[in-house]
Design a protein around this ligand. Structure first.
Ligand SMILES: [Zn+2]
Length: 258
């Protein structure tokens, strides 16, 4: 319970759609009373309720679209919206008009499995082990990467422009979330283009150039090979590749249907 304080001002905030994931169940889909002192900006106020700014696309302040710098006012009524996927909102002033230039990711250090899935699907996906929050934000923002994390606090960092909070702890579910949130379609996928271990680009290579390094079974049954330009790892379209392709196809169907 918040104590009455004559210096405290109040406003009403309503969160829409997936932004409700950031508040407790019993407060979802309803108007929230928010207390503040002085004239903080609207971005900090919404973040104090729980929502990290990279997940917001539109804020209405007493019915008018505003930017993140809008100072708070007593009795303001604020509506906060996530990204619109199916409605054209380009005519309104958005806080995040264009979510990203290109789908390239910076992953939090605990997301190794998700990194492998995204790289398999062809996405440029950086994950640097042992990097702290500051390092992740610096590396991610340096070349406009979308930061994926399970840490809401990391996404509230003011330098983060593009980011998404992974709701699930399960890597396969997380991959599905990324497909859904960023509207990744079949034509955006490029399997067998990235090294799942180091994110380097892989290119096709002649069999006779690497024949010495192949195990007898691989040498016998496969003729098409690829090599990572960064770490040198060799790939071929064996049973693991086939299983991953089937998994990817199944995932896309589960998101978009046949
Ligand atoms: Zn590699």
């Amino acid at each position: 319970m918040v104590q009455a304080d004559e210096n405290k001002k109040t406003a009403i905030i309503r969160l829409y759609g997936s932004l409700n994931d950031f508040i407790p169940h019993n407060l979802r889909q309803r108007s929230l009373i928010c207390y503040f002192k002085g004239n903080p900006n609207i971005k900090d106020t919404i973040e104090s309720v729980g929502v990290p700014h990279p997940e917001i696309q539109l804020i209405l302040f007493n019915g008018e679209p505003v930017t993140f710098n809008k100072p708070m006012e007593q009795d303001a009524r604020i509506s906060v919206y996530p990204f619109f996927h199916n409605i054209d909102v380009s005519y309104v002033q958005l806080v995040n008009p264009k979510p990203y230039d290109e789908l390239k990711f910076m992953l939090d250090v605990h997301l190794g499995k998700l990194a492998k899935y995204l790289r398999f699907a062809g996405f440029d996906c950086l994950l640097i082990p042992f990097l702290d929050d500051h390092g992740i934000v610096s590396e991610g923002t340096r070349d406009n990467r979308i930061i994926l994390s399970r840490d809401i606090g990391l996404l509230k960092h003011k330098r983060v422009k593009y980011g998404y909070w992974l709701r699930s702890q399960m890597p396969e579910e997380q991959f599905k979330e990324v497909v859904q949130h960023f509207r990744i379609k079949e034509q955006d996928l490029n399997p067998c283009q990235r090294c799942t271990t180091c994110n380097g680009k892989i290119k096709s290579i002649e069999k006779y150039d690497i024949i010495e390094d192949l195990k007898p079974g691989t040498k016998k049954y496969f003729d098409e090979f690829f090599q990572c330009q960064n770490c040198g790892r060799i790939y071929w379209k064996g049973s693991h590749y086939k299983r991953m392709r089937q998994w990817l196809e199944k995932t896309m169907i589960s998101v978009y249907g046949k």
